[in-house]
Write a protein that binds this ligand. Structure first.
Ligand SMILES: Nc1ncnc2c1ncn2[C@@H]1O[C@H](COP(=O)(O)OP(=O)(O)OP(=O)(O)O)[C@@H](O)[C@H]1O
Ligand SMILES: [Mg+2]
Length: 341
């Protein structure tokens, strides 16, 4: 520091050094160092201002990218918003010859036809990449159809406003989206007016009650971005609780028990069966223990439905489901013959 400051000052002092005494030169050097000291703070401020400006420029660019992105649903006269009463959908969730592809034009769904009725659990099984998550994403129109129709009761999802449509749907995605905030903020995201009784009910249904009671600040405990301070199973259960709190007609659950131990999985599925019987429940799972409790099991391969098996067709017998790494085999079995009982 001294050497570099000296060389910095040398042109400034050189002429004066020739004319003044060494003592005076020392004083002058000290003075110059003091001036440099005074410069330090404004220079630091300038550097931090430049950093802030750069951050603001990036934020501004992202804001413009967002503003320039195409509108998800252009305003059209056919999308008349319904009144609150009319906006409560009832009836089956019906897929009619549904096909869809992502922006890379690779088909993700090919001619899917399926009916899910209220009070029934429909499980979707199949190997990785078969199109299970895409099937769920197509319902709230996170994936647009290229052909075919999806209806909830009498409402065609393509001619219903996204606001009305998504009000009827609760979706727990495969990757739980946890935001930085408190547990409560994460649970009530989009449902800020939820009552304490409703929150307690979903916490119990998702076996989150003990966790919240053990935390020193309970529901006001802070959660890190993407749930980094939580376990995978806790993240999934919070995502499920958030979906259940919406009290929607259609529940779309994508591998919500993938990170849970068998006992917790069993308890959660039992709670879903008990408390959410009058809803449409469409679940993706890789677990035979979950699939065998369904009323209907849909096996997907390469974007198509390979096989649909229902309890009705087995005359009340349980569904015996075996999932290998590469394929899915479903057979009908009597309750006694099921290997998982
Ligand atoms: N956002 C995307 N953009 C382009 N292609 C995608 C996108 N998401 C999925 N796909 C493709 O669509 C196909 C179906 O994917 P999908 O996520 O539905 O599979 P999956 O059955 O849910 O698999 P997994 O069991 O691994 O979750 C795959 O070939 C996948 O590569
Ligand atoms: Mg998936």
């Amino acid at each position: 520091m001294t050497a570099s400051a000296g060389s910095l000052l040398s042109p400034f002092c050189r002429g004066q050094r020739r004319r003044r005494s060494p003592v005076f030169n020392c004083l002058l050097d000290g003075e110059a160092y003091a001036y440099i000291g005074l410069l330090r703070s404004p220079l630091t401020n300038l550097a931090s201002t430049l950093t802030t400006l750069q951050q603001a420029a990036v934020s501004l660019r992202r804001t413009f990218e967002y503003l320039d992105s195409p509108v998800e649903q252009p305003p059209a006269s056919s999308y008349v918003r319904r009144s609150n009463v009319e906006a409560v959908f009832t009836g089956d969730l019906v897929f009619e010859a549904v096909s869809a592809c992502y922006s890379n034009n690779v088909p993700a769904l090919r001619g899917i036809s399926l009916t899910c009725s209220p009070g029934q659990i429909t499980c979707v099984v199949g190997s990785s990449g078969a199109g299970k998550s895409s099937l769920l994403r197509a319902v709230p129109r996170l994936l647009e159809l290229t052909s075919g129709t999806i209806r909830i009761g009498k409402h065609d999802t393509r001619t219903t406003s996204l606001h009305d449509l998504r009000n009827q749907i609760a979706y727990a995605p495969q990757e739980p989206a946890i935001i930085r905030g408190t547990l409560r903020q994460n649970l009530t995201l989009g449902m800020e007016a939820a009552s304490e009784a409703d929150i307690d009910a979903v916490l119990e249904a998702c076996v989150l009650g003990p966790l919240c009671r053990d935390l020193p600040y309970g529901l006001d405990t802070a959660v890190a971005e993407w749930g980094a301070s939580l376990s995978g199973g806790q993240r999934q259960r919070i995502s499920l609780a958030r979906a259940l709190l919406r009290n929607a007609h259609v529940l779309l659950l994508d591998e919500i028990t993938a990170n849970l131990d068998p006992a917790t999985e069993n308890e959660i599925v039992s709670n879903l069966q008990k408390h959410y019987r009058n809803r449409i429940l469409l679940m993706v799972t890789h677990r035979p223990t979950v699939a065998e409790r369904a009323d209907q099991v849909v096996s997907m391969v390469s974007g198509k439905i390979e096989q649909t098996t229902s309890k009705q067709s087995s005359q009340g017998g349980s569904l015996s489901v075996s999932l290998s790494d590469r394929d899915t085999f479903i057979s009908l079995a009597s309750p006694q013959a099921s290997p998982w009982q």
